[in-house]
Design a protein around this ligand. Structure first.
Ligand SMILES: Cc1cc2nc3c(=O)[nH]c(=O)nc-3n(C[C@H](O)[C@H](O)[C@H](O)COP(=O)(O)OP(=O)(O)OC[C@H]3O[C@@H](n4cnc5c(N)ncnc54)[C@H](O)[C@@H]3O)c2cc1C
Length: 385
């Protein structure tokens, strides 16, 4: 998505040079949020982004991953042996699923979810009445729990924290989500983790840390992700948790910023505008869109185009936003909730719809709501970013 949005923004801002979009998957760009929701429920769901080739005027090279970038020579080489030269490089290679290792490291009937092909494999493997164990109670784990329950599976979610999604949303909000899931039949095993897998060829169950076992026909790991940065190695970049960028989204080296190399989306670790905190990555859908606009403006500015209202010294400060749909719960958030030191119910009540404010000392750093979208939106301008 970040790659496509950058190409679109470049054309909109007046860039007339050649654009090549290089993608590891053989699919044209598609939208990931439906993978754990509508697209898992229904293969007819349209998930590819609309492409207007007339205005995009870009070459797509698909099914061929970048394996090495040489930033001094300004080249990128691919798995299939092609080499591309560039004036500007935009790294938007996102994440891949993390997988756990067990002593009995069975590999069949074991799934994760990041790509279209992952969803298709999972959809083919499941049927109504199956027992599913999901490791991880973050957004993807909880969305999968809801979708698979709707598909008639019996779902067990296992995670080391006390309350699902508490790390992302705070305890009060998260308790409501857990209650709603349980009312629909999802079983949570919290404060525990999986010690080993049970089975010989196919998985039959999982062994928990406290010695209990849970039967399952399939296992899904929703335990986080790794950044796809290996192709950028050996260029003196900081790749320790994604690609480290400066305030203008240029890649950083110990000698200074590389003004011809940018990062966009989940892979990008970028600094705060005014907080003395380490740079962070934000894995939300709206971030690649905001970054793509900024990168396009910077490239066009460097190319000498007239870019209205743009100053290269302006610090990038996007308002992060995400949503999640689980059963009939629509969760929406603005800001960076993880910065909060306290939370407050701002509207509604925890038995129905509500809006929660997230504060760092006295500063509002985010809001999140279950429903109440109209009310939630009224707080957007107050959030300190
Ligand atoms: C299942 C799921 C559900 C989600 N639901 C939500 C949601 O409800 N709300 C929300 O706000 N966000 C959601 N997200 C997050 C959101 O989709 C991401 O933040 C967004 O897709 C990030 O865009 P991106 O361009 O950085 O990465 P991606 O969209 O992941 O694109 C990265 C691309 O780079 C390709 N690639 C990787 N390595 C290479 C390489 N070496 N060479 C070439 N290409 C490579 C990948 O194949 C991929 O096509 C969800 C994500 C997932 C996986």
């Amino acid at each position: 998505m970040g790659g496509l949005r950058t190409a679109e923004s470049l054309r909109r801002t007046g860039f007339e040079g050649e654009i090549t979009l290089l993608g590891a998957e053989s699919e044209f760009p598609y939208n990931r949020p439906p993978l754990s929701k509508e697209y898992l429920l229904n293969p007819e769901t349209k998930i590819h982004f609309n492409l207007n080739h007339d205005t995009l005027q870009s070459e797509f090279v698909l099914g061929d991953a970048a394996v090495r970038a040489n930033l001094k020579e300004q080249t990128v080489s691919t798995e299939q042996g092609k080499t591309f030269t560039f004036d500007y490089l935009v790294a938007a290679t996102g994440l891949r699923s993390r997988s756990l290792k067990f002593e009995n490291n069975l590999l069949t009937k074991r799934f994760s979810l990041r790509t279209m092909s992952d969803t298709e494999k999972l959809r083919t493997a499941i049927s109504s009445g199956m027992k599913v164990a999901i490791l991880g109670a973050g957004f993807i784990g909880c969305e999968l729990a809801a979708t698979l329950t709707k598909l008639g599976c019996s779902v067990h979610v296992i995670a080391p924290e006390a309350i699902p999604l508490a790390l992302a949303l705070g305890e009060d909000f998260a308790r409501v989500i857990q209650r709603n899931h349980e009312a629909q039949g999802v079983t949570f095993h919290m404060n525990t983790s999986v010690k080993d897998l049970i089975g010989e060829d196919d998985i039959r169950g999982v062994l928990l840390g406290d010695g209990t076992t849970i039967d399952c026909d399939i296992l899904i790991e929703a335990v986080g992700s790794l950044t796809n940065v290996e192709w950028l190695a050996d260029n003196n970049l900081d790749l320790s948790n994604g690609l480290l960028l400066d305030h203008a989204l240029h890649a950083v080296t110990p000698e200074g910023s590389l003004t011809h190399v940018y990062g966009v989306g989940d892979i990008a670790r970028f600094p705060y505008a005014h907080r003395q905190l380490p740079a962070r990555r934000i894995e939300h859908w709206n971030i690649p869109i905001e970054m793509a606009k900024r990168v396009a403006k910077d490239i066009c500015f460097q190319e000498g185009l007239d870019v209205a209202d743009y100053s290269p010294t302006e610090v990038f400060r996007p308002l992060a936003s995400f949503w999640s749909d689980q059963f009939d719960m629509h969760i929406l958030s603005y800001g960076e909730l993880h910065l909060a030191t306290s939370t407050k119910l701002l509207d509604g009540d925890f038995d129905g719809e509500f809006v929660v404010g997230y504060y760092r000392d006295d500063e509002l750093v985010g809001v999140a709501g279950l429903g109440m979208r109209g009310v939630l939106n009224t707080y957007r301008a107050e959030i300190s970013i």
